[in-house]
Write a protein that binds this ligand. Sequence first.
Ligand code: ASP
Ligand code: MG
Length: 418
Amino acid sequence: MKVYKFGGASVRNADGVRNLRKIIDDEQHLFIIVSAMGKTTNALEKVFQGVQQGDQALCREQIDALRDYHAGIIGDLWRGPAQLERVEALFEELERVAAGQGYRTEDAELWYDRIVAFGELVSTTIISEYLNYAGVRNRWIDMRRCFRTEQRHKDASVDLEASAPLLRAALAGAEETIFVGQGFIGGAPDGTTTTLGREGSDYSAAVAASILDAESMSVWKDVDGVLNADPKIFPDAVQIAELNYLDTIELAYSGAQIIHPKTIKPLQNKNIPLYVRPFGDKRKAGTVIRGMSAPVEVPILILKKDQVLLTIRSRDFSFVLEEKFATIFSLLERYRVKANLIHNSAVNLSLCVDNSWHIDEAIDALRGAGCDVMKAENMELLTVRGYTDELWQRYAIGPQVFVRQATQSTVRVVRKRE
Ligand code: ASP
Ligand code: MG
């Protein structure tokens, strides 16, 4: 069994779906994980916002646009007006949910998951039906019943042990040897739908690969493979042929949008190689990620955007005491604020964190716990691995640099957005 994952950009239109069919053409045993088509998840986040703000016009506008967008893809795939009843039913259900009956602010994250999960439910329904129509027999798998997650919404992890028998049972005895399941979603122990964090489909595919003892996992992307930098920001980016798991985790953590950071662990446990391959050209090798690899010979530059720098000072100057750190980090954990870089001195603790809904609540809580907190917005975190003198001059110094941390090989810089 191999696991193939197709992201939203790959299946954003009918040509993409036809190309998916071409890519799987000669494969016999496949588990296919698909994301929501195109920018569907962003649109569903707006639907959620509509529910949150009681703005039904916003919900309607977004749902209508999503209906039209998917109908366009279906019409193109079936070459004429076609109606897929299962897709219709999903949109009707989405409308019912988006009416917001019984919405409570305390359950915002639960509602978020209920709503955004429709993107993957719709995309996999269309793709599974299209593949059957095009002669590729397959079975649609409901990942809400196969991936048991923790009881946590919006950024849940999958419980591998609890999920393994569920996923295996869903495949057992099937005449089909090709399966199509949703990325990004699962089900909590209480039966509600959960999501695994934005861009979480890679992680879904890795969990499926691990449970099914796949020989490999491939992520089909709109790039040739993993590059040493984002070509939109650093124009002389080049492709990397091989990476090992550890470097990949470092890169993903620093914000390289190669792969979701949670993807590697399930693969590493079973030593399953991960191929990042270009969706547009199956003949190209792409990048392979596995336990051992040749060393990477080019510097790697990663920019993590939308960061906030918090500078925390304890009013009693007690940063030398470890309990203070424990209090601070458990507060941050409570508000789901993740530190991407930590820098401390005797009196200050600086944290570079992802901008999120909860930062201001976390700051209030920190102040309540006896800390002064300064917040600097519009920051970026730049990581340069294998830096040269030239790169140091260009990126590690200058008035826009607020914090700099360097080892012999890697420098990380928190800087004001340009
Ligand atoms: N559709 C989800 C998102 O856009 C999950 C994914 O694409 O991996 O975040
Ligand atoms: Mg996506």
